[in-house]
Design a protein around this ligand. Sequence first.
Ligand SMILES: *[C@@H]1O[C@H](CO)[C@@H](O)[C@H](O)[C@H]1NC(C)=O
Ligand SMILES: *[C@@H]1O[C@H](CO)[C@@H](O)[C@H](O)[C@H]1NC(C)=O
Ligand SMILES: *[C@@H]1O[C@H](CO)[C@@H](O)[C@H](O)[C@H]1NC(C)=O
Ligand SMILES: *[C@@H]1O[C@H](CO)[C@@H](O)[C@H](O)[C@H]1NC(C)=O
Length: 507
Amino acid sequence: MSFHTTSIAYQLRRIPTPIALAVGILFGFLFARIVPLTTPSTPVWRSGHIPAKSHQQSRQPIQLPTLDQRQRVLDLLATLSPHYTKECTRHAQPLYAAQALERYAPLIGHNPPSRDSWLSGLFGSDLDADKVHRRDVMPSEHKYYFAINLYNSFDVIPDLFATLFRTAAILGYHNVFVSIYENGSSDQTKALLRIFDALTRSVGMRVTIRTSTRTRGAFNHRIEYLAEVRNSAFVPLHELRDSEGEYFDTIIFMNDILPCVDDILELIWQSRINNAGITCAADYMYHEEISSPVFYDNWVARDINGTALENAPFEKIFHDEDSSDRFQRHLPIQVQSCWNGIAVLDPAPFYSPPHVRFRMAKITEGECSASECSLICNDYWEAGYGRIMMVPRVKLAYDSKVFDIIHPERRNLTAIRGYKRLGGLPDDPRTDPQDRSWFGPHDRLFSPEEAEPLQFNPGPEHVWCWGWDGAGDLEGPDVDPIWEQMPNKSTVANSVLVKHDRGMALF
Ligand SMILES: *[C@@H]1O[C@H](CO)[C@@H](O)[C@H](O)[C@H]1NC(C)=O
Ligand SMILES: *[C@@H]1O[C@H](CO)[C@@H](O)[C@H](O)[C@H]1NC(C)=O
Ligand SMILES: *[C@@H]1O[C@H](CO)[C@@H](O)[C@H](O)[C@H]1NC(C)=O
Ligand SMILES: *[C@@H]1O[C@H](CO)[C@@H](O)[C@H](O)[C@H]1NC(C)=O
């Protein structure tokens, strides 16, 4: 197996924060120098070009910082972040690192400069000539829109940003736009966001941070308010299209979770090779009674039969048998609906009719009061973008307690049972017993099945819906659950045909 010493190597193999960030900052710096400010604006969707104007996004145009100043930004970042997630990929077993490098290479979103520039010197100039050539002829770069809702998220912001910085260094800072919508936090969230806002701009990554003035009191229905908060994170998406003709190819919607760089890369990778409408992770919360994390977001998640997933240990989460079997083997699964902390969305139904948005149920038309995230999945189905999938490998936590349980450190078994190894056997790397436990080390090796595209089936006729009208004070669904009939459009073959090809050239 061969792999190449590109920046992703630094991201995944060693990843001491300062180096990872230095690489990113240097790319940002280089990019600022090589992007001509006269890039033509092509008002065609999928153009992937940033029109000249958007390089002066900030209200007062400022001079680009010098390399020295960027170094100081870097030093600051390295001490601020990350906190909980810093071990994600730090001691990855070498075979996993090699697999990840190869797997995610097609996501690298910066054209390497010619071999003899100072940059390739920085990486030891090991780039394969073929590969450089292929990347150079890539017609357009894929653009990513990160939408994030935060509320009293002081604790997770440093990790969230550290992960964003590193992920964006791989995707290409110029290909990434981050939209953060914060709704009236009472902790230091705002102050922290301001610091990261400034730092982010200084590497050439675009970020918009907006804060709400409206409170929930102004809305009658709880879901109407939550949908409004989510839609607010999408406002810049529409503004950029209207004012600059800029379109994005993939949206990553994140809650206040603690993700690792490879978590985000894997979701994007799965979303793109499957041309999925919506791709989500699996999220976990601590269950006090059974003293273990359990699957969390069962208010939204529905298997492909329309049945709800359970807040239960991993072998009891799915009722659909095939799905359950795949879940236990950490393989991607088609589902009717899910959200789970991070969802990667195909933006096509946002940009073109039916122009989906987050919404509350049409109660007057008898629609069940599901979550705004369930309703958007239903709307994707109806719009013909019903390729919805869950990626069990990507396990997310909302706090450090659960994070530490679901990402245990890979242990050196030599000292424990006399195994002479850290990882699997040399002739069969998959034999490490630690990989067989459900919450195993983060650097679990990829199986060939995880790279096979999913076969998508049309949606179920009925979906279990547990409504929440929020009339009373119940902090949870308050309407008797029903099997809700789905529109005919979601149950026909056309609902899962690929309409928008977001695939990538696999090397
Ligand atoms: C902000 O939104 C969250 C949900 O995202 C909600 O729980 C919280 O109450 C909202 N904050 C305010 C001040 O309304
Ligand atoms: C694992 O532990 C043994 C015994 O303590 C030690 O000799 C060996 O170097 C360790 N291996 C690694 C890779 O840390
Ligand atoms: C599949 O869905 C139907 C309703 O359409 C339901 O009655 C049945 O129990 C579900 N089966 C499983 C295994 O969840
Ligand atoms: C849609 O489905 C319903 C119930 O299954 C059926 O009665 C109706 O004829 C279908 N409509 C179309 C246009 O196929």
